[in-house]
Design a protein around this ligand. Sequence first.
Ligand code: 3BY
Ligand code: FES
Ligand code: FE
Length: 424
Amino acid sequence: MNKTMDYLYNDPLASMREATVDMLQSRERGFSLPQPFYNDARLFALDMQEVFEKEWLFAGMACEIPAKGNFMTLEVGDNPIVIVRGGEGQIHAFYNVCRHRGSRLCTKDKGKVAKLVCPYHQWTYELDGRLLFAGSDMGADFDLNQFGLKPVSVRTAGGFVFINLSDNPPAIDDFLVTLEHYLEPYQMDNVKVAVESSIVEQANWKLVIENNRECYHCNGSHPELLNSLIEFDDTEDPRATDKYKDLVTRKQADWNGEQVPWQLKRFGKRNRLTRTPLLDGVVSMTMDGKPACNKLMGRLTSPDMGSLRILHLPNSWNHFMGDHSVVFRVLPLGPQQTMVTTKWLVHKDAVEGVDYDPENMRRVWDATNDQDRQLAEENQRGINSKAYQPGPYSPTYEFGVIDFIDWYAERMLCNLGGESVSLQ
Ligand code: 3BY
Ligand code: FES
Ligand code: FE
């Protein structure tokens, strides 16, 4: 093999793939992962290739691009993505990469355009990705049809937009049907983002998700959140007391009256939906437990909806209450750096300053996010030590973390296997 061939065909991560398979196959189940999973640059590259470029990711909400030409952008590792509303209202996703010389096409987080025009030499694309115009003479043989934007798979349900960067996305239909059903009372065509925040945490993305999947830390860290949240994860939580179960039964009767779904549904370990009560007498995740928005969401007639919790691994958790909802998106930036974006949603006719005060609405989760950031960062700093060794998760308090790590290990092993087969 000559040098060029060697460079092209030798996978620089090959030895890390093997090491990762070994580490996952020999890991102790119910224990945190070996150190490289949390801090190694090559393992981070594998996480991006095998998880974030292969699994379905939560990208944003359809309400963020309400009309033709509205777009939003995000970065999945090194891949800039643009999601745009097309002429017939359908949502398209593309690599946000110009087919001329590769410039990033849309540079803003959100916006509205008639066409997608590259800022470098003004190659111009239709909202469906077709190249319409390629500047001055590109030569007699130039064929516009060969240079459309590269598509990214996109699916929407219940107002959520999911993308998948692989050529062969795994099935997600069952979850999307249920998601649509659970979000029906919220009439997700009638919502808007009231306020949003993005924070950067100096921690590996898995530490951010692990921290979210347990409430073992809540008592020690989240005084604001515990004004409304009951720390039991769902009705199957092993800690659930009889008093809690009574409250659940009472609330479920109310929710039946309101015709809103509450049943616990799981789609493997990747997705879980369930509606659980907030503290008795509390209706929203606010400092005083009162609604943050006077206009309720969708067709709801009572603010007392508890929280519809929606988990989507690898990168989202969500709380849908009666008066407002909070959606969370996690995007890895580096081996020890992660962006967490939070969006607070309200009915689109709710008026800022009249029906809601954004500062009041965001207070609990701003505080909680910052507390979780500190926890994840301290977790990262300890893990980086030569003293770190995987430690045991509590089956009673940290079953959600065990489930996440099992999901991650299963997907990594499956996707790494698929990769090595296709390389042969
Ligand atoms: O409420 C959440 O989204 C998670 C679950 C428990 C702790 N954490 C804040
Ligand atoms: Fe986009 Fe040149 S790189 S027009
Ligand atoms: Fe927390």
